[in-house]
Ligand binder design. Structure first.
Ligand code: ADP
Ligand code: ZN
Ligand code: ZN
Length: 731
């Protein structure tokens, strides 16, 4: 047996660590198994990356490992390769990337495969017992009623939140009992797939898409571009049917907000198979159970949000990403991986097809589809019998506004509300830095050195160009008309809801944003109440744009169009196009015709016009050309270095030193340091440095070369800094 083991640990240091293999260990540690090791004063759990007979550490420095946790590797080789690739691509440590890929319970050392499971059931006496006999003990009655219907696993019992004392009381009465059972793996779905309901008859477009997808074997990536309501989900279901019939599993990734009970039930009701659901609301144990079901192959379908990407499958068949453009697929904190890009890589490594579905493709995927790297399938017709929406622009230049609302919009709202319908008002302050706008003439203050708008930094009292660093004090008067009515900041959802309650006292208002939905289940409750018609006016952020079906909404109003269009973030028009298209998809989904109105100071804006008249598809193709001309992603590759410090000068100096370490020529560009659009947060000054290259390889090589030198900079210790490759958000 080898003498030493190399271990990847969940620490930022980009290296592995050596430990001695104790003589007492009888089996050699396998690559990919977990070990517990001493690290400084703590004990950490890491993954074995290899074993050796030599070690460069002095004998008294090298410590023995404490425990070998797994006899077998935790992940299949493909996922091990995926995390190694991702660690290199995102410039983080292998250990950090691997811990992203594991459920928390496993990171903490839980057993991979429990040998037995606990089940609760009624005894003969409990089965015969009458519920009326315990009328006065409602908590007990609830437990007994459930178990009389069917036995429950320990996890299912826990999820129902029964009272512990009620369970104990029933046990003491000998009405219920628990059994320990050896886990046997049920793979019967692989030989005998049973449908829970008949599939719909596909329309011709859907049928062509499904036939094309069914022909694929091995790795393929396909972009399914289908307008809202064109029946993409039905295509997924049809594809799943043939994948599952071959005895293979499917991994379905959905945006954070998209994983609603309705979504899950569409998959569950079509197939009589185990569906493992993985999302951030699960307890560590529930998550581990779902992970195990996927790994053993018992779960035919695995459906989850971003991090479910790393779930191992015993029989990998396909990966489907729904709403592939959604920004929640990119992790914002810690390691900034993109689940879409890693899903495509995983498809390569596991030699399975990957399907990206959306009504509004990201420019990244669109570019790949147009260049032929991905197969491109389109669905252009609405599957159901929904009517087309009416679209309109309200020019608010020089109009009196009531907390952001124009008279025209208020009047239109009244008409729809009085007709008994619901109205959705959409306001997105998140993610868009404000431009400086003149309320009288609509003039937007533009950089004199760039084709870009200034961003307002209220706290600095400055306007700044985020393309060249150009800066001025916030002007008092409009450069175009001299008016002093300059606006940099918009209205928030909370303020808007309050004003609407006063304006329309007869019609109840609900506000949906991060603040009102942070409690577990509160989004569901709000949505249910909306469906029941308890609310008439819906005010919300982008949360309301996704996938929900509101049959009684006939008017959608977009209030903050300007802020979205002229932000410093180069992705803002793309995001707005996606949002606009998705929000418009909320109107007129059912029998009732829908109207979409946008308030803007820029009624003639080319982006708006193109979006309205030509639709997202052509708009996005135009945007893609603009990005090519501006040398921006996805044409070029981008890396963003963020630094924050108590003293602005420290962050500036650090990033200036970094800039010196990076190549600058025709194919490599360094921009900054410059203040982040939100330049001060929680007392810290935030600065950005952007590194852009024409080729992906050049970025990889140049930054890999510079990174050890960056880490060695003395200033690196005076700031908090992070690396964001392919940043989705420049805030
Ligand atoms: P998307 O995901 O593209 O927005 P959905 O899959 O949710 O669209 O489909 C929209 C609606 O059309 C759903 O109510 C769905 O049941 C219905 N639908 C989809 N395909 C068909 C079909 N082939 N025949 C009849 N109805 C369909
Ligand atoms: Zn003006
Ligand atoms: Zn500029």
């Amino acid at each position: 047996m080898s003498l030493f083991v190399e271990v990847a640990l969940p620490v930022p240091m980009r290296q592995t660590f050596s430990y001695k293999i104790p003589e007492t260990l009888t089996t050699p540690p396998k690559k990919g198994a977990r070990v517990k090791v001493p690290f400084g004063r703590q004990q950490l759990i890491g993954l074995v990356t290899g074993t050796t007979d030599t070690c460069h550490l002095a004998p008294n420095q090298i410590k023995p490992l404490i425990e070998l946790i797994d006899e077998e590797p935790l992940l299949p080789d493909s996922l091990y390769k995926l995390t190694a690739w991702a660690a290199r691509y995102y410039f983080c440590s292998l250990g950090q990337m691997m811990s992203q890929a594991l459920p928390v319970a496993l990171r903490k050392g839980a057993e991979v495969q429990a040998d037995t499971s606990t089940f609760w059931r009624v005894t003969a006496a409990g089965s015969a017992a009458s519920l009326d006999a315990i009328k006065r003990a409602p908590a007990q009655r609830k437990v007994l009623e459930q178990l009389q219907k069917a036995e429950l696993s320990q996890e299912e019992m826990a999820a129902l939140n029964f009272s512990k004392s009620a369970i104990k009381a029933l046990q003491d009465r000998d009405w219920i009992t628990k059994d320990e059972r050896i886990n046997k793996i049920d793979l019967s779905w692989r030989d005998n797939l049973v449908l829970g309901e008949d599939p719909l008859t596909l329309n011709p477009e859907q049928a062509i898409a499904v036939a094309t997808l069914n022909q694929q074997s091995g790795y393929h990536c396909t972009l399914l571009e289908g307008i809202t309501g064109s029946g993409k989900t039905e295509v997924y279901l049809s594809l799943l049917e043939s994948v599952l019939k071959q005895g293979k599993q499917a991994l379905i990734l959905v945006p954070e907000i998209g994983l609603t009970p309705q979504t899950i039930s569409r998959f569950k009701s079509r197939f009589n198979v185990t569906v493992a659901v993985i999302h951030s609301g699960l307890t560590d144990n529930q998550r581990l159970t779902a992970w195990r079901l996927a790994k053993t192959g018992e779960a035919a379908i695995i459906i989850g949000t971003r991090s479910a990407l790393f779930t191992p499958m015993a029989f990998p068949g396909t990966i489907i990403l729904d709403e592939e453009h959604d920004s929640s697929f990119k992790q914002q904190e810690g390691v900034g991986y993109h689940a879409r890009d890693l899903a495509v890589m995983r498809g390569h490594l596991e030699k399975i097809p990957v399907l990206l579905g959306t009504a509004t493709p990201s420019l990244e995927s669109l570019q790949n589809a147009l260049s032929g790297r991905y197969k491109h399938l389109e669905l252009g017709q609405r599957a159901g019998n929904a009517e087309k929406v009416r679209q309109g622009i309200i020019d608010i230049s020089n109009q009196p506004l009531k907390t952001g609302l124009s008279h025209a919009l208020l009047n239109e709202m009244r008409i729809h509300l009085d007709a008994g319908n619901q109205v959705l008002l959409f306001l997105n302050r998140r993610g868009f830095a404000p431009a400086l706008l003149c309320h009288d003439c609509g003039h937007l203050h533009e950089c004199d050195r760039c084709d870009a708008f200034f961003t307002v930094h209220q706290s600095l009292g400055e306007i700044r160009c985020h393309h060249c660093g150009n800066q001025y004090a916030i002007p008092r008067q409009c450069h175009n008309c001299g008016s002093t009515m300059l606006m940099g900041q918009g209205v928030g959802t909370e303020q808007l809801a309050t004003v609407l309650e006063k304006e329309f006292p007869k019609y109840p208002v609900v506000r949906i944003d991060r603040d009102t939905t942070s409690r577990k289940g509160s989004l569901e409750n709000h949505l249910n109440a909306i469906h029941k018609g308890e609310y008439k006016i819906l005010v919300g952020t982008q949360m309301l744009a996704k996938g929900h079906h509101f049959p009684d909404v006939t008017l959608v109003g977009l209030l903050d169009v300007d802020g979205a269009l002229f932000s410093a973030d180069f992705r803002a028009p793309e995001r707005f196009g996606q949002l606009y298209t998705q929000v418009s998809g909320r109107a007129g989904r059912a029998r009732k015709p829908g109207t979409v109105l946008m308030q803007t100071h820029q009624a003639d804006n080319a982006v708006l016009r193109e979006l309205m008249h030509k639709g997202y598809g052509e708009f996005a193709r135009g945007q893609l050309n603009e990005r090519k001309q501006a040398l921006l992603p996805p044409a070029w590759n981008m890396l963003l270095l963020r630094a924050e410090a108590n003293q602005a000068i420290d962050a500036d100096n650090f990033l200036s030193s970094v800039a010196q370490l990076l190549p600058q020529d025709e194919e490599c560009e360094v921009i900054g340091p410059m203040p982040a659009p939100m330049d001060k947060k929680a007392g810290k000054y935030r600065r950005h440095l952007i590194f852009q290259t024409k080729s992906r390889q050049a970025l990889q090589q140049a930054f890999e070369f510079a990174l050890p030198q960056i880490e060695a900079l003395p200033l690196a210790k005076r700031c908090r800094w992070s690396i964001d490759r392919d940043p989705q958000d420049l805030l």
